[in-house]
Design a protein around this ligand. Structure first.
Ligand SMILES: *Cc1c(COP(=O)(O)O)cnc(C)c1O
Length: 379
């Protein structure tokens, strides 16, 4: 086997990134400071339409600062979707708070409103009111935006919108990333656009953004000497990373189209294969960037078909595919935290597989995927 590996999601440069990097070198702005940072932030603000954006060094640090801005501290409880990447949860623990995990529903595979409300009611009765809710747009498919917002408002609990996978997705025409009391974006190497590593916090006001930037730059007070009245962090995005981001923003729209074409390609490929369900939006209110196309494989022991067998068939053809995020309430590091729901997230994890979805896949690579699938399902 000497064919090149087909990746799940690899960086895809637009072309102008190196020009912006050169500008940074020419001006010697090789620092977590410089003109590209503000320019990248204002591109993001224009794209999202509402919100003030603070560019940071990762999505994880954006979640950490976001929780701080929402007032989360030692001994608090934070509600979080269980079916997600560990980065959604880790910052809860950085703050000495505890996680409360919630199951998924079957429409969007995200936060289940029924389990969410049951958890809030029970936590208020037996513990105390949760301090924040973390909702995730898994694989770029928006969660039930209105139902989740209504519950958050009913109980007066702020919402952190983890939109790390959903830049370019929309609900009723409004951009994902702009629905939370704070929103989080990620520009890690595997995301829909990348700054090599990076993230952003979307704030509801300019003042909140300034507070985030203050905390992200070691909480230095305004004075000629170094004066610190509270704990700070080193979380600001560098000017070099922002240079890459500026080039990437120029191609974001095109990359969303290409990811959605990959999803359409898989819908067509699996249309006659009964064992496979391709994860798609539940109605026209939802517009997904389809960062990753995700499928469920119904196991059939007689035919030797299941998620893992298909993954191994892809692997044998040097094609990367990945099981879903393993639910957080099943992870040894988090399993002592409470969990509300049934077995929806577990079921999705058992049968779910993410497929190569990059905006940079070639026709030849798609042909290899088709051939592998046809052989596996005996077609
Ligand atoms: C990637 C990701 C993050 C973290 O972003 P980083 O930039 O890698 O720190 C957080 N949440 C979800 C759901 C993600 O997929």
């Amino acid at each position: 086997m000497n064919k090149d590996r087909i990746w799940l999601s690899s960086p895809h440069m637009g072309g102008r990134e190196q020009e912006y990097i050169k500008e940074a070198f020419d001006a010697n702005w090789i620092a977590p400071f410089g003109p590209h940072i503000e320019a990248f932030e204002s591109q993001l603000e224009q794209y999202l339409v509402s919100g003030s954006v603070a560019a940071l060094n990762s999505g994880t640090s954006a979640i950490h600062l976001g929780l701080i801005l929402l007032g989360v501290g030692v001994g608090d409880r934070v509600i979080c979707q269980s079916l997600t990447f560990a980065a959604s949860v880790n910052p809860i623990l950085y703050l000495g708070a505890a996680a409360v995990f919630i199951d998924s529903e079957l429409e969007t595979w995200n936060l289940c409103p029924i389990a969410l409300e049951a958890a809030i009611v029970d936590q208020i009765k037996t513990q105390k009111k949760p301090k924040a809710i973390i909702a995730v747009h898994l694989y770029g498919v928006p969660y039930q935006v209105e139902a989740i917002r209504a519950i958050a408002d009913r109980y007066g609990i702020p919402l952190l919108e983890d939109s790390a996978e959903a830049l370019g997705s929309r609900y009723k025409g409004q951009a994902c990333g702009s629905f939370g009391d704070v929103g989080v974006l990620s520009f890690n190497g595997n995301k829909i656009i990348t700054t090599s590593s990076g993230g952003a916090l979307v704030c509801s006001t300019k003042e909140l953004k300034e507070r985030a930037v203050f905390l992200a730059t070691q909480a230095k007070e305004k004075s000629p000497h170094y004066q610190h009245n509270e704990v700070g962090y080193n979380y600001r995005m560098s000017n070099i990373c922002a240079a890459i981001g500026r080039g990437q923003m120029e191609v974001l729209g095109g990359h969303v189209d290409l990811r959605r074409k990959m999803h359409a390609f898989y819908v067509d490929l699996f249309k006659d294969i009964e064992a496979v369900t391709v994860f798609s939006v539940p109605s026209e209110d939802y517009f997904a960037n389809y960062w990753l196309t995700a499928i469920l494989v119904a196991p059939d022991a007689e035919k030797g078909i299941d998620r893992e067998a298909l993954r191994l068939a892809f692997e044998a053809a040097n094609i990367e595919s990945r099981p879903f995020w393993k639910p957080m309430h099943l992870q040894p590091v988090f399993e002592h935290f409470p969990y509300y729901g049934n077995q929806v997230a577990e079921g999705l994890f058992e049968e779910g597989l993410c497929l190569p979805s990059g905006s940079n896949l070639t026709d030849e690579e798609r042909d290899r995927i088709v051939a592998t699938v046809k052989v596996f399902f005996g077609q």
